[in-house]
Ligand binder design. Sequence first.
Ligand SMILES: *Cc1c(COP(=O)(O)O)cnc(C)c1O
Length: 370
Amino acid sequence: MSKIIREIDSLHPARIEVSLKQLLKNIRVLQKFMGKSLYCLPLKANAYGHGLHAVAKLAEKAGIDYLAVAHLSEGVQLRMAGIQLPILILSPVHENEVSVLVDHDLEFSISSKEQAESIRKKISKKKCRVHLRIDTGMQCTGIHPQHVKKLLSYFEREKCFELVGVYSHLATADKPMDLFARKQIDIFKGLDFSNKSLIQHICNSGGMLFFIDAHLDMVRPGLATFGYLPDPYEDKIAVAPCFSLKAKVSYSKIVQKGERISYGHTYKVSKTSRIITIPVGYGDGYLRTLSNKGFILLRGKRFPIVGSICMDQFMVNVGDMEVKVGEEAVLIGKQGNQEISIQEIARLAETIPYEVLCLFNERIPRFYIQ
Ligand SMILES: *Cc1c(COP(=O)(O)O)cnc(C)c1O
């Protein structure tokens, strides 16, 4: 079965390539950077679009200490793939999830006394391993710092819980030395858990880069692991992207001056040109807002996307170049000495690199390059 799937995948006209070699390099660079702190790799949303299983397998081999995902289903998928690392569920879990969480040895986050109480009633046999999530200013989930002490003594009383960690999440750490991030870190450090053997963690990628003093016991860099850093830090740490997207030209024709292209006829051909079709669309997760804005690389040169992006394809104006069906275009990544980066696409689409990556679904097969 898996052989047939691989064969069919290789016939698909588009492919995502993930360089495991580059990903491993990134992990090594960050392991060195964080020193003694544990490395928790967030793998939510299909490992930021890179593919959950393959990335988790590599992480385990590379000596990553912890994995984090948003939901129970993602944690169970990792266990079913044979991953044995500790796994932390970041988003709030419901009491109905407790038995599955425990059966699969998944750690989860607790953000309130009420949540802890409703979960406690559902715990039957084994202890639950939990991390207390503290809200230091993101206003997302997490208990207010003033109630932390009470909840800590609750966990000491209620033996069905094994409290393994305490953590918080930074709201503005993608900007260098941001003052609000500094404040969040200071609030967290001020809580003083030092007499308890808890894993303390607060840093995402930005926090890890800009606040060395906040690495504490564990660091949770997602985006940086995949090779993307906030702008001013691109040269400081030698990580690089490992994700690229390629597609074979599926159609090629001459379109006469004055004709209009694709849904809504948003683009008019001003000079008779060759228009090619690329078999990737918003149904794959390629942002439709790139219509009439984005570019592709072909024969090492850039060409513009023309007209609206369709569900399964889009058109590109290659001028008077003689392009043939089957030629390889690069939509994300390098070709010759040109590059289209995730950051460039995010800028054009007025979003962030995270969203560009996460939107790629399972329709385009992923290939892992050693
Ligand atoms: C997603 C996530 C991270 C990773 O953030 P990056 O900016 O990708 O490094 C860390 N911590 C929590 C709680 C998260 O949800």
